[in-house]
Unconditional design. Sequence first.
Length: 305
Amino acid sequence: MGTAGLVCLLAVSTTGCSSADPGSAGNAGERTAPLTKSEDLHLPIEKYLFSNAETVRLEKGRFALIGKCLRRLGLGHGIESPGPAPGPRNVMERRYGISDLGEAKVNGYRLGDTGTPPPRSLAAQLDSLSGAEKTQLTSALHGEADPASAGQGGLRVNGVPVPVGGCAGEATGRIAGGTTGHTGPSEVARRTNFESFDASRSDARVVRALGSWSRCMKEKGYAYPDPLAAMSDPAFQGKSPTPKERDVAQADIRCKRSTNLIGIWFDVEAALQKSMIEKKGPDFSAALKAKNGQLARAASALGDR
């Protein structure tokens, strides 16, 4: 996978910076202990997001409900959950760029072999069917969006009415609890996850640490303003990492270590998130309740299988 694709898979957006007060995160920068790797760290917002394992569990539960709906319509096609998409193993793994020197020596900025087979998308599963089967299954999966059209005389498969939004829409609604129409983190959690990252990038301590990192890289012969720019270098877009990419990736990590960039950035962002969550306490309580409800309903769906 090209590095540009990896950047898109980062847990947060890497474009733009907020104009947050550089002093808004307390004294985190001054009390930071050296940190060399990011994937074992945990930000406050993670409590309200879904881990990769939780996301897989959620999708398996949703697809179990889709399967039950299809059988109700007299369809025996085995539609399977696509499984986890390729990407970072957790929220933190590449939030501040790469940090595993051993992996960089082999893979440069690439994810390398995660040991997980690539997911088989729903579209690919549908494409494997014959024309008539594909048409029938697509109708059953997606149905009609208009409730008025989905009643008596609406879309039917094998004489059985297709639910509004099809089997996929019905399953999503059941996992979501019928309140939001979508599964996954609540909007307040998603937004805070992005906003805290953008705000942390413009914090004075992070700006100084990024400057130190950039100077360190320049001393090694590489000119990049920050680690995310190095990761997305167009020169590293080929099918496999070049010797130069591996060299740059290793220099990147060594400069992170010598400047304590990860430790400073993490402490600043953790403090920002803590403040953001405290200011919207009731919203985050509701977000956690919604998350736990989705996971419980997914577990129930899998138990019914």
